[in-house]
Design a protein around this ligand. Structure first.
Ligand SMILES: [Zn+2]
Length: 486
């Protein structure tokens, strides 16, 4: 985190008069210390609001939240920000992105400040073909060498041989699994991601077990030849994509048993899951999941964009001004894949999207930790970096979650999962100073997260004009990169 000790001012006993618990405390403040006052602070843990307090921030940390009168003379007036009538929430977390594309290094780099400008101050990168580069970026952001959201990353993901994914770590047996886990340990990844394109269930399960033994969090997809419960029993950290949870609406134990004994094919198993969904059966299974520690990242927006492609023309989307032609060229494969869909296929896709979205309130009721994650990636068509997290939150609201539950999904739920709740994700003293200041109240309508007045990223204050400069720079960079490549 940011540590700037240009020169320090020692303030002794500053709080003695206003805060009994911090009597005789001393702050060592750098010249970068700021005070943000008069805002309405939202406690995302319980929905309570705190008014008429000032937030003292220095070296990337919230030092205190106390009366403005006490802090007024502590920092220069040009380091004081009056945010009357504004709403202060923790910086937002996007718990599922892919910073990917071997030929998109410059493109991805240019998008980091866009995340900050959109109030997304933490992302969980769920693996990509840029694994080592993302790990380097994670560290450079941490060391303040580049501006961007704090990154947690899986590096490269585990898969089977000849999968469709580029740059994954493909394994055929336990020896290769062990070698790849050694590699991920060397990389110091923040979690292990596993997907099932060609990785068979038994080796997938073994991968989860071995990664857990080494102390890793393990997130990913659910192979068709394993039950959700089998993975949860092994301590699976999070199920990525709520579509996999739909299997819980069928008798997955019987279906998986039949698959394992080759009584049915994978295609037929998928048909059974698609046709046999029963909400009551699903809810009973969710209840069980709620008692475990497994989280779910629904990633609704990607499925929505594809399902409704026939109704929405994205050609003139404003966000495209930040994305290079090379970046958006990657969108085409999913569009091509759907090119021959019949009207019935298109309708089935929409119905499936609606059914997945409908599960969210049931997850919430069951006490499952829901993580807001967009799946933003160059390979995920029209799932725009940073913006799509906000769109995901709106879809959560349409699905029936309350604004408070949604704010939790994009702040504390992620921090709880990553084990950083003591230092991140709420507006409280001694936490990292990642904050978003909104013009309207997100507890009334979650769309307020898109109405950003200012962002504090790692203790650094960006007012609206400064955020607009970040966005303008990204737009200029896109034009430059496109020209250079022509
Ligand atoms: Zn993904």
């Amino acid at each position: 985190m940011k540590r700037k000790f240009l020169f320090s001012i020692l303030i002794i006993g500053l709080l003695a008069s206003s805060c009994t618990s911090e009597k005789n405390s001393a702050f060592e403040l750098s010249s970068d210390a700021i005070v943000v006052y008069n805002g309405t602070i939202i406690n995302v843990t319980n929905g309570e609001i705190l008014k008429n307090k000032a937030i003292l921030i220095d070296s990337g940390i919230i030092k205190a939240i106390i009366d403005y009168e006490v802090l007024k003379s502590v920092v220069d007036t040009d380091h004081q920000f009056d945010v009357t009538n504004k709403f202060i929430i923790p910086g937002l977390w996007d718990m599922h992105v892919h910073i990917e594309g071997e030929d998109l290094v410059e493109d991805n780099l240019a998008l980091f400040p866009v995340f900050v400008a959109y109030g997304v101050t933490t992302v969980r990168d769920m693996a990509s073909d840029l694994g080592e580069q993302v790990l380097a970026w994670r560290d450079e952001i941490e060391q303040d060498k580049i501006l961007g959201p704090q990154i947690f990353t899986a590096g490269r993901k585990l898969e089977g041989i000849n999968s469709i994914w580029k740059g994954d770590l493909e394994i055929a047996n336990e020896e290769e699994l062990s070698a790849m886990l050694d590699k991920l340990e060397d990389y110091k990844v923040d979690l292990v991601k596993i997907t099932e394109n060609t990785l068979p269930g038994p080796l997938f399960l073994k991968s989860v077990q071995e990664a857990k033994k080494r102390g890793f969090m393990v997130s990913g997809h659910i192979p068709i030849d394993l039950t959700v419960q089998e993975l949860v029993d092994e301590g699976f950290t999070s199920i990525e994509h709520a579509s996999y949870a739909l299997r819980l609406g069928s008798d997955e134990h019987t279906i998986v048993a039949k698959l394992k004994s080759s009584e049915i094919t994978k295609e037929y198993a998928n048909e059974l899951y698609a046709s046999g969904f029963n909400q009551e059966v699903a809810n009973l299974a969710y209840e069980k999941l709620g008692k475990s520690n497994v989280a779910i990242t629904p990633t609704l927006i990607g499925g929505k964009q594809l399902a409704y492609l026939d109704e929405n023309n994205h050609e003139n989307d404003d966000y495209l001004k930040y994305l290079t032609n090379r970046f958006t060229a990657k969108y085409q494969w999913r569009i091509d894949r759907m090119a021959n869909d019949s009207p019935a296929d298109i309708q089935a896709r929409k119905d499936r999207y609606q059914l997945i979205a409908k599960q969210l309130p049931y997850f919430q009721e069951a006490g499952i930790n829901i993580l807001a994650g967009s799946d933003a990636a160059a390979l995920n068509t029209y799932v725009y970096p940073a913006l799509s997290l906000h769109e995901e939150l709106v879809l959560f609201q349409e699905a029936g979650l309350t604004p408070l539950q949604i704010l939790q999904s994009a702040t504390i739920n992620g921090a709880k999962l990553m084990g950083t709740i003591n230092t991140m994700a709420t507006v409280e003293a001694n936490k990292q100073a990642d904050l978003v200041i909104l013009n309207s109240n997100p507890l009334e309508d979650i769309k307020a997260t898109q109405d950003i007045y200012a962002v504090i990223n790692d203790g650094e204050y960006f007012d609206r004009p400064e955020l607009d400069v970040l966005l303008q720079n990204a737009k200029d960079r896109k034009i430059q990169l496109d020209l250079k490549r022509n």
